[in-house]
Ligand binder design. Structure first.
Ligand code: ACO
Length: 399
């Protein structure tokens, strides 16, 4: 078959590398991954340290601007974001235009794309000042968009942002609160969600980020590029895996299947069934984010006093899989999505909103990567080559 390799075509040698398993599309100074050692660093800082000590907005600043902010820079960044959390009033009718059965990822990507309609003067990718404002607008408005997508799908009134609250608290209140009612956000829960956003904030040239860069390489604006990233993230092999994991766990639970027979189905590749939340293109040892999430899952369930049989099921699945030759030989380990769904479910999010939470976390990474791409003198429009394997020249039949 056609694998990785150099092939001679009419135009010379091209490298055929489906899925880009061995092709770098850019040089980047943002995120470092060593997949064999299970190392992930943003701008040099280990993910474990950031997850423990930083905040999502501080980490976002780090990713976007390259250095940790000073206290003054951080509060300026937070203030700028707070000032821009509102959506234009007319934008609200946008949400009511979708059926309530709409998948929120479709609503969110459309809304991000539609942001460009409100800021026609900010679309020049080389206007540094406008790019800065667009970056802040996206960070500020995505939580409002995500909350409105949820509220309109369940037919509840939309809540304006409350800018006395922190980034995550504000999002939780807009999602679960009601007008004229107090919504108390448990600070421990907000801190854990903030930490989950840090874990998702960047992951170098993954599918959605590569999409953002590729779209941007045509000099498309930041809103359009990020909207494309949201769509790429939706797929179940990428960010959509968090929804797929929970559906898999619910399926096993309700069928009464035991874990071993499910794992056997996966090994026999019956109906193409995969162990969702397992495996990663780059991590061939363990996913350092999964280790942090696993610890947090227990904490969230304890804090909320929730007992979820799906967590036990997930832990059993992990145990059985990690002791099984199929998974060991293929170096398949739990990835970041394996446990996040259990947390999101405990927090009260509907299953189809899980990938939106991933998008909220990944946003600063998309922005940082787009900005690096647009300012890199080595950037060219992304335009892969192909190896043509179709029919040779033939002629249209005469009537
Ligand atoms: N369950 C069962 N088998 C698997 C799994 C899995 N989750 N993942 C990979 N394999 C098997 C493949 O079938 C293949 O076996 P084979 O050699 O017998 O054909 C082998 O392991 C290698 O897998 P590839 O598909 O070649 O690995 P690739 O790097 O292309 O895919 C991916 C990585 C997409 C993450 C894959 O592991 C997968 O589909 N996992 C489930 C979905 C998932 O959890 N996605 C989230 C990824 S993390 C993220 O986006 C944040």
């Amino acid at each position: 078959g056609l694998g990785i390799g150099k092939l001679l075509t009419e135009t010379g040698y091209v490298t055929l590398d489906p899925g880009f398993v061995n092709t770098a599309s850019c040089a980047s100074a943002i995120t470092y991954i060593d997949g064999d050692a299970g190392i992930l660093r943003y701008r040099g800082y280990p993910i474990e340290e950031l997850a423990e000590k930083s905040t999502f907005l501080e980490t976002s600043y780090l990713l976007i601007h390259g250095e940790l902010p000073t206290p003054a820079q951080l509060s300026e960044f937070e203030e700028q974001i707070k000032h821009r959390t509102l959506l234009h009033e007319r934008f609200k009718s946008f949400f009511s235009g979708f059926p309530s059965s709409a998948h929120p990822m479709a609503v969110v990507s459309s809304a991000v794309s539609a942001l460009a309609t409100y800021y026609p003067d900010s679309l020049d990718p080389f206007d540094q000042e406008q790019v800065d404002i667009s970056s802040v607008r996206l960070m500020a408005k995505l939580p409002t968009i995500a909350a409105y997508a949820y509220k309109s799908s369940v037919g509840q009134p939309l809540l304006y942002p409350d800018n006395s609250l922190g980034y995550v608290e504000n999002f939780l209140r807009m999602t679960f609160g009601f007008p004229a009612q107090n919504y108390e956000v448990d600070p421990e829960i907000a801190k854990i969600l903030d930490m989950l956003f840090i874990l998702h904030a960047d992951h170098e040239q993954n599918c959605s980020t590569s999409t953002v860069r590729l779209v941007g390489s045509s000099n498309a604006n930041l809103f359009s590029s990020v909207s494309a990233g949201v769509n790429a993230l939706w797929g179940p092999l990428h960010g959509g895996a968090n929804q797929a994991v929970l559906e898999m766990l619910e399926g096993i639970h309700s069928s009464g299947d035991d874990v071993r027979s499910f794992v056997n189905k996966v090994k026999n590749k019956e109906d193409g069934v995969k162990l969702m939340g397992f495996g990663h293109r780059v991590y061939r040892n363990y996913d350092p984010r999964a280790a942090v999430v696993k610890k947090a899952t227990r904490k969230v369930l304890d804090t909320l006093g929730v007992q979820d049989p799906l967590l036990d099921l997930a832990m059993q699945l992990e145990e059985v899989a990690l002791a099984d030759d199929y998974f060991v030989e293929r170096k398949l380990y739990p990835n970041v999505d394996f446990y996040t769904g259990v947390i999101y479910k405990a927090l009260g999010f509907p299953v189809n909103a899980f990938t939106v939470l991933f998008a909220l976390g990944r946003l600063p990474g998309w922005i940082a990567q787009w900005r690096e791409m647009i300012t890199d003198p080595a950037t060219k429009i992304g335009r892969p080559r192909q190896v043509y394997v179709g029919a040779p020249e033939r002629h249209y039949p005469n009537a």
